[in-house]
Design a protein around this ligand. Structure first.
Ligand code: F6P
Length: 359
């Protein structure tokens, strides 16, 4: 007898924990007697002739500690539904029709979409076109309002913390100022968490506009107290009070941030006369093995998505709230960014341990 089928795809930038989600989906689906097709390279796998692999006990065995996603992903292509922050592009109706046909031909009754904000916008458009969708939120940036946290974030923060630990020792030896540029787009969560854990002295985040002179004041204050080096963690989306974020627009893609760390290092050197270096941590934050927390959260999210599919709760997204994995309506989840509250407890905690935000 043929088993009912569900599909899954991973979309957008990859992050540690995606394979834990896929394993959670495959194993829990098997228990419910469902077959799982893993569509390759994000939504592109839905295009004719259909590009997928069977996800089962065997094909997902041993993938938990692996970074990336065994079914591939892309943050561009025919289904891109997000351009800049808050901007929605419409997926062409003929592309959606092709995807619906491929799903139908392969007897896929529901599609689990593991992705970030942009992918959830696409999921919503597929749902509106009568494709049964369930979203699983994923982003290292942790900037989705509809869920308290996403897997991948903890692993990214661990990479920042480790980088800070390494920069501390070399900064001390050379009596230098070290600037570490980290990811996060328009949200400062990675910089804030990684900076606190890594003992940064200055943290620059998009939500708090900074002044170069204030950064130099903080560095001088440390010197007066006998500390001859300083560590600045700078979110890629951080922005001076008089200036613009450093980013480039790319046709049909999300804006790409990057470069503010070099500018900050140059300004600090010019204003303080101190030897300054910049390190851009980049995709090291996205690669490698997931942390324990991300493996568990990923597994929980995968299992929950299968339950939602089995219960016919389509047009929903898995969400983590008050230590419980629940679900919310997809429509409620998209396009709502969660930014660092500048007057929140975490920023205040950082200030209380003498971290400057350059404001
Ligand atoms: O949204 C996740 C993220 O890693 C951001 O923090 C970063 O700005 C961006 O993706 C990088 O994307 P890409 O993989 O296109 O370089």
């Amino acid at each position: 007898m043929t088993k009912p089928r569900i599909g899954v795809l991973t979309s957008g930038g990859d992050c540690p924990g995606l394979n834990a989600v896929l394993r959670g989906i495959a194993l829990s689906a098997e228990k419910l007697n469902l077959e799982v097709l893993g569509f390759r390279d994000g939504f592109e796998g839905l295009l004719p002739p259909g590009n997928f692999m069977i996800l089962d006990r065997r094909s997902t065995s041993g993938i938990m500690p692996r970074g990336g996603t065994i079914i591939g992903t892309t943050n561009r292509g025919h289904f891109a539904a997000k351009v800049g922050a808050g901007e929605r592009a419409v997926v062409a109706p003929e592309i959606i029709a092709d995807a619906r046909r491929i799903l139908k031909e392969n007897r896929v009754e529901a599609l689990i979409i593991v992705g970030g904000d942009g992918s959830m916008m696409t999921a919503q458009q597929l749902q509106e076109a009568s494709i049964n969708c369930i979203g699983v939120p994923k982003t290292i940036d942790n900037d989705l309002e509809a869920t308290a946290s996403t897997f991948g974030f903890d692993s990214a923060v661990a990479a920042v913390t480790d980088a800070c630990d390494r920069l501390h020792t070399t900064a001390t030896s050379h009596k230098r100022i070290m600037v570490l540029e980290v990811m996060g787009r328009h949200a400062g969560w990675i910089a804030l968490h990684g900076g606190i854990a890594g003992g940064a002295h200055v943290i620059l985040i998009p939500e708090i506009r900074f002044h170069y002179d204030k950064i130099v004041d903080a560095i001088r204050m440390r010197e007066m107290r006998g500390s001859v080096y300083s560590l600045v963690v700078c979110a890629e989306g951080a922005c001076p009070a008089e200036g613009q974020p450093v980013m480039r627009r790319h046709e049909g893609e999300e804006d790409r941030y990057g470069g503010i760390g070099t500018v900050v290092a140059r300004e600090i050197a010019a204003r303080s006369g101190k030897e300054t270096r910049c390190t851009v941590l980049g995709h090291l934050q996205r690669g490698g093995a997931p942390t324990t927390l991300d493996r568990i959260l990923g597994t929980r999210f995968g299992v929950k998505a299968v339950r939602l599919a089995a219960e016919g709760k389509f047009g929903t997204m898995v969400s983590y709230q008050n230590y419980q994995v629940r679900h919310v309506a997809l429509a409620e989840a998209v396009n709502k960014l969660k930014l660092v509250p500048p007057d929140g407890e975490l920023v205040q905690t950082a200030r209380d341990v003498e971290i400057s935000f350059g404001d």
